[in-house]
Write a protein that binds this ligand. Structure first.
Ligand code: ZN
Length: 315
């Protein structure tokens, strides 16, 4: 099933809601960056929220970037979305390992840290981008976004984000030193469920609407529990906006997508300078360059490097 986010409102327009499943997006990020479980959860929650916030923007060319720095071992988390909710992003330390909580849940705050900020940069095509930075309150990410919406936009919000991983055993063929091959069983994991919702009260929301929403949200299970039980975003909209006459405004396909290309990456290679390029050519081996945002590998042959050196000389 493809990832999508539903935009909905209550019948009276006093609440707006974004509900999405983002399993493919988060799994793609995991594969590209080879993240550990806890790094997958931290990046996946951030990408999910960033995608929904991207969909809140009005113009096609608008772009939104979220940077989370909490002082924890994961380092910086960065995610960017366009106005269609297509995201890309990375974490500084994809190998981060943190002991789980005693109940077995991934300790995202332990990886992210709690001493830092969430920063949102909106490029709305104006002269200056909008930049807002607010302190982290929990490091678990959903609460941090709730706090961000309250402070930056004075919008009371309920944010729920979740990533559920599942263990699996995969048979891999390895080649030994003597050239013989062996099948080994590796313990790996993938993303089983991922998704989230952002529900926001409009400034003119009535007491009755607020009370009904609170009642609906009060005992709602976690987003991954809901998705694992087979609920679609449409079903979750019905639960969140129960007795509030939910109206679906739009269904938006979202995903992990980077606008990088060999051409773009080659600019970074050229920028290392003539001396370094000449040294690489003399080495006589192709080099591999990774895109920072999506982790995609690009190979540059010796001929490619010679071609880039010519460009560097001309520049
Ligand atoms: Zn890329």
């Amino acid at each position: 099933m493809k990832d999508y986010v539903i935009k909905a409102t209550s019948g009276n327009g006093e609440i707006r809601a974004y509900v999405g499943n983002t399993r493919e997006m988060v799994e793609q990020a995991r594969v590209n960056h080879n993240t550990t479980k806890v790094a997958t959860a931290a990046l996946g929650r951030t990408l999910t929220a960033t995608s929904m916030m991207g969909l809140m923007m009005k113009n096609e060319k608008d772009e939104l970037t979220v940077i989370i720095k909490g002082g924890g071992p994961i380092g910086t988390i960065l995610a960017t979305s366009d106005a269609k909710g297509m995201v890309r992003g990375y974490v500084q330390n994809p190998d981060v390992q943190v002991e789980n909580y005693p109940n077995g849940k991934l300790n995202v705050a332990g990886a992210v840290g709690t001493d830092g900020y969430v920063q949102v940069i909106k490029d709305l095509g104006l002269k200056e981008p909008y930049i807002g930075s607010y302190p982290l309150v929990s490091g678990e990410i959903a609460e941090d976004f709730t706090h961000y919406f309250a402070l930056s936009e004075q919008t009371p919000s309920v944010v729920s984000l979740g990533v559920l991983t599942r263990n699996m055993e995969v048979e891999r063929k390895i080649t030994k030193e003597d050239g013989s091959e062996e099948i080994v069983v590796c313990r790996e994991f993938d993303v089983e469920q991922a998704g989230g919702f952002i529900v926001q009260l409009m400034p003119f929301a009535s007491e009755e609407t607020i009370a009904q929403l609170e009642n609906n949200i009060k005992d709602i299970p976690s987003i991954t529990t809901l998705l694992k039980a087979g609920n679609k975003p449409e079903d979750i909209v019905e639960m969140v906006l129960k007795d509030l006459e939910p109206k679906i405004l739009d269904v938006c396909e979202v995903g992990f997508e980077c606008n990088c290309s060999k051409e773009r990456v080659s600019r970074a290679v050229v920028s290392v300078g003539k001396k370094e390029l000449t040294d690489m050519i003399e080495e006589g081996k192709p080099i591999e360059v990774n895109c920072h945002f999506c982790g995609r590998h690009y190979e540059f042959s010796v001929d490619d490097l010679k071609h880039l050196l010519k460009k560097a000389v001309r520049a």
